[in-house]
Design a protein around this ligand. Structure first.
Ligand code: ATR
Length: 483
């Protein structure tokens, strides 16, 4: 540790796991870092355990912290989202001067970020809402960083943040996303996609286990192999690790002793809520969030397990052609994953239009290639897709992905049929296929819905053969009138 008279390049407030790892990462990259935590014990622990790793300026009080920053001051907040973040912003803002920069690196809701940016701008301060992904390990060794806020402030924080971000092919996984809430919005959708990605992997595991009757060890080997192909990704890699893990106490596969009730902190739910408001069908993410909710309601499951009729259709025997089934499941996973990403990118496009952010989808695919939880080889393909056509109506229309779908779709249908016959839940596989078929369909039953709406509420409908709005006089002589 060095505490000579020089000021710090940046300061970090909030030294729980994420905050202290980011502070260490900054120090490892040669930045002098002021550090402050509400309860001083965490600051002391950081200095005691890691002070030798770089130049830290520990502060006992928020005044001392702010005074130790060079100008324009840069303070990165890493505290709990919500009220704690608001409290720290106020403490900092009260002590800062024109042009100083507050960066919120927590998982804040983008509408809070929009509000805070406005309030800080009115006080002459820059406010940067930065999504940071990669968990504890990413925070320490290189996360993906999605900073929003004024373009001007990126000049002052961009190089610092880029220096600690993950790097893929020489490109840092950090770029200015757009004004005010853009960074946190994009991080939120990233987390939503992560939910869907984890759920489709879960569904694939469940099918290999309970349709094909494979043991976790064998399934781990399948995932390991899949990780060498199109599905190469951090999540597939760690899936193989988790499935291969044995419980020390019982000798059983660890997955078999873990309670099958999934937790959530809320960013998936936010993604779906925002999508509902924007009118964007993110069915994959939605089903993934609901699947966690279903799994988590243990009282309801205790009441329903064994008490709902399964029906009498005979199950399928997979043994006869297990290899084909495994390959079918791989393809169903890939197809469903593509749909989830296509939907996530649709939501980002809609959010960007709604709030005037001008988010470039290529930036996201580029910075998500490293550091973050959804890092995957196939993100390169997404960058290429938007490179060749920035106005792509759906990622699924990109010639490469379209070609992939040709290869995937028969397997996908077979898997959905098999799972359905066997009574195995595959909410994202099945709903993604329905979404896909919805996009393909020349006619949708929405025509009937419009008819019903016109019947009970005179909501009118448009005709396929001429312009205008029409209403049928349902309760009269059923003539059609122009509305
Ligand atoms: P993580 O998930 O990384 O463990 P978190 O729960 O998101 O962290 O945030 C915890 C951090 O927020 C801690 O640094 C905590 O400070 P204390 O160690 O003093 O508890 C900080 N924090 C929570 N509420 C705060 C508040 N109102 N003012 C300042 N800091 C606060």
């Amino acid at each position: 540790m060095s505490t000579h008279g020089s000021l710090a390049h940046i300061g970090v407030v909030g030294l729980a796991v994420m905050g202290s790892n980011i502070a260490r990462n900054l120090a490892h990259h040669g930045h002098r870092v002021a550090v402050f935590n509400r309860s001083h014990g965490k600051t002391e622990a950081l200095i005691a355990d890691h002070g030798h790793e770089g130049e830290f300026l520990p502060a006992q009080t928020i005044d001392e912290f702010v005074a130790s920053l060079e100008r324009p001051r840069r303070a990165l907040i890493m505290v709990q989202a919500g009220a704690a973040t608001d409290a720290v912003i106020e403490q900092l803002a009260d002590r800062m001067d024109d042009g100083d920069i507050i960066i919120d690196g927590g998982n804040s809701l983008y509408t809070d970020t929009i509000r805070r940016e406005k309030a800080m701008a009115a006080r002459g301060l820059h406010f940067v809402g930065a999504g940071i992904s990669g968990g504890e390990e990413g925070a320490l060794n290189g996360p993906a960083i999605m900073p929003g806020g004024p373009a001007e402030s990126y000049k002052h924080v961009g190089p610092l943040l880029e220096s600690i971000a993950a790097v893929v092919d020489g490109t840092p996984c950090c770029t200015h996303i757009g004004p005010d809430g853009a960074g946190h919005f994009v991080k939120m959708v990233h987390n939503g996609i992560e939910y869907a990605d984890m759920q489709v992997i879960g569904e694939a595991y469940h099918l290999l286990r309970y349709a094909a009757g494979m043991e976790p060890d064998a399934i781990a080997r399948v995932f390991k192999k899949w990780n060498t192909g199109d599905l190469n990704s951090y999540l597939v890699e760690i899936t193989a690790e988790v499935l291969a893990q044995k419980d020390a106490a019982t000798g059983k596969p660890l997955v078999d002793v873990i309670v099958d009730a999934a937790g959530q902190k809320g960013t998936g739910r936010w993604t779906v809520k925002a999508a509902l408001d924007l009118g964007i069908p993110v069915t994959g993410i939605g089903e993934a969030v609901f699947a966690r909710a279903l799994s988590g309601d243990l009282a309801q499951r205790r009441a329903t397990v064994g008490n709902l009729p399964a029906g009498t259709l005979p199950g399928e025997v997979i043994n006869s052609d297990k290899d084909r089934f495994i390959e079918d499941v791989r393809r169903a996973l890939y197809a469903s994953k593509l749909v989830a990403y296509a939907q996530g990118f649709d939501e980002i496009k809609a959010g960007s239009e709604e709030y005037g952010w001008n988010v470039d989808p290529r930036d996201l695919a580029t910075i998500w290639r490293g550091g973050c939880i959804i890092r995957a080889t196939f993100l390169n393909r997404i960058t290429e897709a938007y490179d060749s056509d920035p106005g792509l109506a759906s990622l699924l229309l990109d010639p490469y992905f379209n070609g992939e779908m040709t290869e995937l779709v028969d397997s996908w249908r077979r898997v959905v049929v098999t799972a359905t016959r066997m009574g195995l839940p595959i909410p994202v596989f099945a709903s993604s296929l329905s979404y896909y078929d919805g996009l393909r369909a020349e006619r949708l039953p929405a025509c009937l819905i419009q008819g019903q709406r016109d019947y009970f509420g005179a909501h009118t409908y448009r005709r396929t053969d001429k312009d205008g709005s029409f209403h049928t006089l349902w309760n009269d002589d059923r003539r059609e009138v122009e509305a």
